[in-house]
Design a protein around this ligand. Sequence first.
Ligand SMILES: C[S@@+](CC[C@H](N)C(=O)[O-])C[C@H]1O[C@@H](n2cnc3c(N)ncnc32)[C@H](O)[C@@H]1O
Ligand code: SF4
Length: 372
Amino acid sequence: MINETEQPFGVYVHWPFCRAKCPYCDFNSHVRHGGIDEVRFLAAYLTELAHLASLAPGRKVTSIFFGGGTPSLMRPATVAAILEAIGKHWSVAADGEITLEANPTSVEAENFAGYRAAGVNRLSLGVQALDDQSLKALGRQHSAAEALAALSLAKRHFGRVSFDLIYAREGQTARAWGEELARALEHAADHLSLYQLTIEEGTPFAARHEAGTLHIPNGAQACALYLLTQELCEAAGLPAYEISNHAKPGSESRHNLLYWRGHDYAGIGPGAHSRISACGTKRALSALKSPEGWLAEVEAQGHGLASDETLSAEETADEYLLMGLRLSEGIDLARLAVIDGRALDEERLSALAGEGLIRCNGGPPHPKGGSC
Ligand SMILES: C[S@@+](CC[C@H](N)C(=O)[O-])C[C@H]1O[C@@H](n2cnc3c(N)ncnc32)[C@H](O)[C@@H]1O
Ligand code: SF4
């Protein structure tokens, strides 16, 4: 029996506002040209935090993540107030990882010192591309020069810095991506998130893709870019520890690892999810996605939760399996068996291993040598 209450525990804070909506993005992010009442939102975050703390008493917080949307649009004082409240509801590990996702416009970079003073010790910057033409095509609000300036400022303020790039973009060749990634690796600190462009339903990119006016690499070309990514990052000492995430050993995102390893977390803010274990079962909770709808619910009833269900042992095991398969460390079959008493079918495992689709117990690498 695993006592989840002794395992890592994270707090996620979702800030759902952005300066502009990027045409590829389907995250729960919204533009409010008239501005928002940040004081009122802060009060609601603190209220919902108190509610979630009552559902997960006595836990030790090992990581906190401000994600979005664009959390770097939050005032440092808002971040500080949320961190202070987290510290009052739970104990926070002395070496707790506190990450904030930031967009690299020069205006947002002005807040970095304030975030550091508030307690943030890791910054994740959404650079996305290293040339102005690609940034424009992605609908970004910053230039390449601004991104590099924000990156070097971030490295001065924070012990740990990561940045995101999107590849397999419109018209991107393997040569172009190889050169861009080599430059990125020169600037990298301890962590990089490298995402293949996904065409998300309902976005302007999806409409253009359907209309045949957005030409992105096909499956085989994108696969070649992925393999090139693995090769260059590994050679630079930042191997992949997850499908899209690369780090110097020991610098992996502890917060994201907690999701992929199936541990508990409390999420606050519009659309945030939580997983909370108690008495041998796991609860899955999620909040209303609409920022104003969420705000009204929190003010009326103390939380903005829209769903709350207890996961069966089978559902918990499936979630652990699906999340764990993203990691290069893989999943622990003994832990899986403890969760729902099932063992995976040996015959099917051997068949998948024979196909080179999985590796069992540190077995031989992909027999096809990682080809497309
Ligand atoms: C929550 S988002 C954004 C954080 C921040 N607002 C930003 O844009 O930099 C986290 C990351 O997801 C990635 N992302 C979002 N939509 C994507 C898509 N359709 N395809 C690939 N990556 C995507 C981007 O790299 C982005 O930095
Ligand atoms: S990619 Fe980031 S900045 Fe762009 S809309 Fe999505 S969350 Fe907002």
